[in-house]
Ligand binder design. Structure first.
Ligand code: ADP
Ligand code: ADP
Length: 227
């Protein structure tokens, strides 16, 4: 069974239908992306998975459990971590304090070990560990946001446009780090992106979202070959 199974989801903002009959599956160990232009419904789908109260039909199942009606904090407890979260990083806290905020109470006992893993993945964060979050560059803030999500030791990492507004070289560094985590630790990742090329290269499988509908799906390689 898939780790995450989104079935026939329709989401509404008032009378406006933002998602129509969306089906998405993410299996353990996969990197899956959902690609779409601005306004396609990517953020809406992320929020739907994470328990936003928007009106919707269909179901979201995680590890066999129906999470369609669960509130956001209960979804986090199932170790689904999201980056960036609605509130993003804490600008007045240091890098290290921000990472601490990502660790659940259960994880504080291996806090040091987990922080070292994040620093190994993103050496820039190690150099800046005593600096306040708000003083970091955009790319470093993105790394910090992902690092904080990883501190929860997620079973599923959700990434909402990790390349947004960042220079190509920074994006490559972040995508390489995600790939490395996936290869080395088997981390399961679901990301939404406008950057089709980067996301398809990174992904095992991908879905294309147009005006709230999935119009294509397949392996990253196949979709790259037939854009
Ligand atoms: P994306 O993340 O792909 O850019 P969104 O999920 O943000 O797309 O938006 C999908 C559609 O829903 C768009 O047509 C957008 O205008 C609409 N929408 C998003 N948020 C709201 C909202 N709070 N109220 C009304 N319409 C919204
Ligand atoms: P190599 O340079 O070893 O042949 P690739 O160029 O195929 O390898 O890419 C190595 C890794 O970098 C891949 O895992 C891919 O996800 C990532 N990558 C490559 N190009 C981009 C890009 N434009 N955007 C994001 N990630 C990329």
């Amino acid at each position: 069974a898939p780790l995450l199974n989104v079935r026939s989801v329709e989401t509404y903002y008032g009378n406006i239908r933002a998602l129509s009959g969306v089906d998405v599956e993410v299996h353990r160990g996969e990197i899956v992306s959902l690609i779409g232009a601005n306004g396609a419904g990517k953020s809406t789908l992320m929020m739907t998975i994470c328990g936003s109260p928007q009106a919707r039909t269909g179901s979201v199942v995680f590890e066999g459990q129906d999470i369609t009606r669960l509130p956001t904090h209960e979804i986090a407890r199932l170790r689904i971590a999201q980056s960036p979260e609605g509130r993003r990083i804490f600008p007045r806290m240091t890098v290290l304090e921000n990472l601490q905020m990502g660790a659940s109470l259960d994880n504080l006992k291996h806090f040091k070990e987990d922080v070292e893993k994040v620093f190994a993945l993103f050496p820039r964060l190690k150099e800046r560990q005593t600096q306040r979050g708000g003083t970091l560059s955009g790319g470093e803030q993105q790394m910090l946001s992902i690092g904080r999500a990883l501190m929860a030791r997620p079973k599923l990492l959700l990434l909402d446009e990790p390349s947004l507004g960042l220079a190509p070289l920074i994006v490559k560094g972040i995508f390489d780090a995600i790939k490395k985590l996936n290869k080395q630790e088997g981390l399961t990742v679901f990301l939404v992106e406008q950057n089709a090329f980067g996301a398809l290269k990174l992904s095992d499988r991908a879905y294309v979202l147009v005006n709230g509908r999935v119009t294509m799906s397949g392996s990253g390689k196949d979709l790259l070959a037939n854009p």
